[in-house]
Write a protein that binds this ligand. Structure first.
Ligand SMILES: [Zn+2]
Length: 342
């Protein structure tokens, strides 16, 4: 390596060292100045954050248990609410267990909307215990006349206790849009009392959405008319279509699992009886919901040579799926029923 000396007798390498020292000093100075100067921008930032959450705090924090309740709440609340849903998409509301994060969310909420009618029975107590003083808990199904479970004729004494587990009303009120119109009124009333400034908009949104639900009801009747009357027999994974059957002229002929919940186990006798019913009445399809293990329904369908149809029960689909809103959920289900039974 050839070393060139400058007029001060320093090597060029030393010159680089000096330059580096000077450069480092300049950079450090800039960093220190910036750090001192940063005090002021930090205050500005904090003000911006405050302004942001201030704007947000004028919107109600609303929590819904299921995605179906959540969608209807959102139709009424629109831009005036911040909505959080507890039961994840595709999860079974009958077996849901809230996390500590869910409990914290509920404690901050202005309103907690629950389906009611016993759907959240197993976890609602814990959620309400965690609700804040300001949290209003609203059952959207209040005022709906519930269907009551009528246990099948009990052949064995040990089934009597099993039957008792199913006492209470049918929680699946959302399967009939006429019941969801009652939800809409309950939701609008609760949001209006929690946020009177936006009451006019809640009531306008509610009226618009109820018009859509009336159209949905008329559409269902037109679809159902395509199904021959003798084919309007529904076999499902659990007893989920009672309100739909009553409103639109079907019979809930049988279920894989007895009762309104997905948590029970079907006995061999119950399954044999179901297969017998399907064959005797020439039932056309077995419907299995999106939140349960389909194996048993699949087996019944194989054993009896009936179609196996999927539908949505306790949850909406992902955004990209066919049941991302309540109205799409009903459209999809009714199309499946028509295709399965016509
Ligand atoms: Zn269910």
């Amino acid at each position: 390596m050839k070393i060139i000396f400058n007029k001060h007798g320093e090597s060029l390498d030393m010159k680089w060292v000096h330059a580096l020292v000077k450069y480092t000093f300049v950079v450090l100075s800039i960093v220190i100045l910036a750090a001192c100067g940063a005090v002021e921008p930090a205050v500005v930032d904090e003000t911006l954050v405050d302004a942001g959450s201030g704007a947000d705090s004028t919107r109600l924090l609303v929590v819904a248990t299921t995605s179906i309740v959540g969608d209807v709440v959102n139709q009424v609340g629109g831009e005036h609410i911040r909505l959080e849903v507890l039961v994840p998409l595709g999860s079974d509301p009958h077996t849901f267990q809230p996390t500590p994060q869910d409990a914290a969310l509920v404690s901050d909420a202005d309103v907690l909307f629950v389906n009611g009618a016993g759907l959240e029975e197993d976890f609602l107590g814990a959620l309400i215990d965690n609700a804040g003083d300001q949290t209003q808990v609203v059952s959207v199904s209040d005022g709906i006349e519930l269907l009551e479970f009528v246990p099948e004729e009990e052949e064995h004494e040990d089934e009597a206790t099993e039957g008792e587990e199913h006492e209470g009303g049918d929680p699946h009120v959302w399967m009939d849009p006429n019941n969801v119109m009652v939800w809409v009124d309950n939701i609008a009333a609760s949001l209006s009392s929690a946020d009177a400034d936006s009451a006019t908009e809640y009531s306008q949104n509610a009226a618009n959405y109820k018009t859509q639900l009336e159209e949905l009801d008329a559409w269902i009747r037109a679809q159902v008319a395509k199904i021959p009357a003798e084919n309007r027999l529904l076999v499902t994974d659990h007893q989920v279509l009672g309100y739909f059957a009553d409103e639109y002229g079907f019979e809930q002929t049988g279920t894989v699992i007895q009762g309104y919940s997905t948590t029970a186990q079907a006995s061999a006798q119950e399954l044999a009886a179901l297969i017998d019913t399907i064959e005797r009445l020439d039932v056309k399809a077995v419907f299995v919901g999106n939140t349960v293990n389909p194996n048993m329904a699949e087996q019944i369908s194989n054993d009896t040579g009936t179609k196996l149809s999927f539908f949505y029960t306790g949850s909406l689909s992902e955004e990209s799926g066919p049941a991302a809103s309540y109205i799409d959920f009903i459209h999809y289900n009714v199309q499946q029923i028509v295709t399965g039974l016509e």
